[in-house]
Design a protein around this ligand. Structure first.
Ligand code: ADP
Ligand code: ZN
Length: 743
């Protein structure tokens, strides 16, 4: 048998090998293998069985060994790898690396640790002697004497600053015992839920939920490819619908993948799934990039072997090698976090839909604010729409108050952080011992320009995106088409002077809150906190336990979390997400507002929301206030249609970066001419224009945008063209297909 192997060692070429007799039974398409290349063994993935080599079979080398008992990629995943390679213009090897966890590629075996304990109690005399002869050994012996249990060798050595030789010496003397223990590695085995009580008993479905579950059940039973979009307002019990779908899949002997947009949301979801299915003997595997190697390998093995049939994780869980896949759930499908911002720049939701297609199964997308891409697919009849219009138990959606900050500035005589309405509500809720969340928007740029008197923001006449302010040469520039003009000294709409915007930091908001609620217990959650896994979990746990009164943070704390005692949510600076040079700015603002508001009033008490804005009349804010998704989507899609933006056309982002600005600019301009020649007609090109963040880490950035009806022909053509150009080493260029962020 001859197989085609994709080496994972920097060769962008499929190689052929013979399979030795002994490995025939083991080898399958998708198996990880070791193969000889030149004189060394390298990792590779079997892409095809019974391949046709382009040279004489006698010349072929033999596969050396197979890494695991199970293939790393199932047949649908192999197809997915090929698709991602062409669709996202990513090297196949890079795609495979994203799909297969490093722990699996390394072929790591189950992890063990060495533990030390004293072989017997030493007398004071013995210790005294040892101290004189070998003081380091004495220190270790004394330490172990004080322990009631064996301790991890690596930890002791670090703590006492000793080398392994000291242990060896004590072993020789027979004073110390060393044992090997395997390490317990079930992720979240402590079933941490942040204090949420998870019971196994499913609630009785309400009428709307029952209808949706029935529709899904029909698709699951059909065992064919189908995409459902579940549009359910916040708190409408979408999670319960997902659980019922998973339940049906498990009962039918199938597997389910459950995607959440953020690693931070996995513990809550895992707890719910384990609470529901563990007692019936179903393991739930956690899958994301923050896991330890051992945890990953164990989870992977459980899934690949079919021993576990449910997996939860952030975007990369879409690549889990499950057996008999019947369902992929994509929760909060609108979240930009599903898009990976390094190569391969794939979108977890889109990949999920494509995998479901290859596997012939159901993909369930859910959101309170569906992406316009998915909404357009519903309208085109490609996706089936399911709706939940009411909160569970008929709980009210919160009232949203919009504060006009232009008036607030006049009233309070100057720029303020917290409006009087927000402060009043904060007092009231705090006195009733209810909890408050304040959000600060982080999508904004300090470099957008907004009039603080009338709220005006200058737009590009050609692109309908906000212009970006460049201090260096006092200009406003459009980062889609490059259109530029001098920065106005006064507001073009109302002639007020000083129209520059300064963003708010979490710190400033914290200070303001301390002034108005000096007795409140505050906690801040920002990028620093998020970086520390335990701190993050602890803060959320404390908040749930009622040990924190006010939580301040960016929208990352706004996603999907369920805190029943939160009755007031404040959005301190709604504008920042609106005036970014991104045609999705309105969509983002609408989503942010609805999601943020969705955090209020989930328990027994009604909640309310205060939104502070300099442009309170804008559509995103007004539609969000009325919780009118359909109205918003209709207006926004009309705008997208007018400018022929996604979802009506695809967008490809091409960035050029490097230390030499002139060179970057030259190559970008030169390239555009070539693309025009080669592809003219099938793409509309905008740029090159300087990127909104023009210089990052001493590298200049230029960008080009391609608009096209279909990417399938355009991306490969661009890749081919790239291959014909001799690029200097210091000009780096990256293609991003269907980009989610326009910076
Ligand atoms: P969503 O995901 O739509 O925001 P959740 O699924 O988190 O909403 O549901 C909100 C709350 O309602 C959760 O605490 C959930 O346990 C509860 N819930 C869901 N469905 C029901 C039901 N049919 N009866 C009672 N409670 C329910
Ligand atoms: Zn423009």
């Amino acid at each position: 048998m001859i197989v085609g192997v994709q080496p994972m060692a920097g060769f962008d070429k499929l190689l052929h090998y013979k399979v030795p007799e002994a490995l025939r039974a083991e080898i399958r398409a998708g198996s990880l293998v070791r193969v000889p290349i030149s004189a060394r063994l390298h990792l590779g993935l079997v892409m095809e069985l019974n391949a046709q080599p382009d040279c004489a079979p006698e010349k072929l080398k033999l596969i050396s060994n197979v890494l695991h008992d199970y293939p790393a990629l199932t047949p649908d995943l192999l197809g997915l790898a090929r698709w991602m390679h062409t669709y996202y213009a990513a090297r196949i090897e890079t795609v495979l690396e994203a799909m297969i966890p490093a722990a699996v590629r390394d072929g790591a075996r189950l992890k063990t640790e060495k533990y030390l304990s004293l072989a017997r109690i030493l007398t004071a005399e013995e210790l005294g002697l040892l101290r004189k002869k070998a003081p380091q050994q004495a220190r270790l012996a004394e330490f172990l004497q004080g322990q009631s249990q064996p301790v991890k060798k690596s930890l002791v050595l670090t703590r006492l600053d000793l080398t392994a030789a000291v242990v060896t010496a004590l072993l020789k003397r027979g004073l110390v015992r060393e044992e090997t223990r395997s390490v317990e590695r079930v992720a979240y085995a402590d079933n941490w839920t942040g204090g949420e009580v998870v019971t196994g008993l499913p609630p009785k479905l309400n009428a709307e939920q029952a209808t949706v579950v029935q529709a899904l059940s029909a698709s699951l039973t059909a065992e064919k490819f189908a995409v459902h979009l579940l549009h359910g307002v916040t708190g409408s019990g979408k999670t319960e619908v997902y659980l019922r779908a998973v339940e049906q899949v498990l009962a039918a002997g199938g597997s389910a993948i459950y995607l959440v947009p953020e690693v931070a949301l996995t513990p809550q979801t895992v707890a719910r799934l384990r609470g529901r299915f563990e007692s019936a003997g179903h393991k739930t595997v956690v899958w994301h990039s923050h896991l330890g190697e051992g945890e990953r390998l164990d989870g992977w093995t459980a899934l690949a072997s079919g021993q576990a049939r449910v997996v939860v994780g952030a975007r990369s869980a879409v690549f889990a090698p499950v057996q008999n896949l019947q369902l992929i759930v994509v929760d909060e499908e609108h979240e930009p976090a599903y898009k990976q911002d390094e190569t391969p720049r794939y979108h977890g939701r889109d990949v999920a839909v494509y995998r479901a297609k290859l596997a012939g199964c159901v993909c369930l997308l859910g959101s309170a604010t569906p992406s316009l891409e998915s909404w357009a697919n519903v309208q085109a009849g490609k996706y089936q729409l399911d709706i939940l219009t009411k909160r569970v138990d008929d709980k009210k959606l919160p009232d949203i108050h919009v504060v006009d900050m232009r008036i607030e500035i006049v009233r309070q005589r100057g720029l303020v952080t917290l409006s009087r309405l927000l402060v009043d509500h904060m007092h009231r809720r705090f006195e009733r011992k209810e909890q408050i969340i304040l959000f600060i928007n982080r999508r904004g740029y300090s470099s957008s320009m907004q009039c603080r008197k009338c709220g005006h923001v200058e737009q590009c006449p050609h692109c309908s995106v906000s212009m970006t302010y460049h201090r260096a040469d006092e200009t406003l520039k459009c980062h889609l088409c490059g259109h530029a003009r001098g920065a106005p000294a006064v507001c073009p709409a109302c002639a007020a002077p000083d129209i520059r915007w300064r963003g708010l930091g979490t710190q400033r908001v914290e200070e303001a809150v301390r002034r108005v609620l000096p007795r409140a217990r505050l906690e801040r959650m920002d990028a620093d906190t998020m970086a520390k896994k335990h701190l993050f979990r602890q803060i959320l746990g404390d908040f749930r336990a009622g040990k924190i009164d006010v939580l301040i943070g960016t929208q990352m704390i706004g996603k999907g979390l369920d805190f029943p005692n939160v009755t007031l949510v404040g959005l301190v600076d709604a504008d920042l997400s609106m005036h970014v040079p991104d045609f999705r700015a309105n969509e983002r603002t609408f989503q942010l507002l609805v999601q943020v508001a969705g955090r209020a009033g989930r328990g027994d008490r009604a909640g309310e929301v205060v939104v502070q804005s300099f442009t309170p009349k804008s559509e995103a804010i007004q539609f969000a206030r009325q919780a009118d998704y359909n109205g918003f989507a209709e207006g926004e899609l009309a705008m997208r249609k007018k400018f022929n933006y996604p979802p009506y056309r695809h967008l490809i982002h091409h960035i050029f970066r490097g230390p030499n600005q002139e060179k970057i600019k030259f190559f970008a301009e030169h390239w555009v001419k070539q693309v025009e020649q080669a592809l003219g007609g099938s793409v509309e090109i905008r740029g090159p224009a300087p990127a909104p963040i023009e210089k990052v880490k001493d590298e200049y950035r230029y960008q080009i945008w391609y608009f096209c009806a279909r990417t399938t022909a355009v991306v490969p053509a661009l890749v081919r063209l790239q291959g014909t150009v001799k690029w200097p080493d210091d000009v780096i260029q990256v293609l991003d297909v269907d980009p989610m962020s326009l910076v």
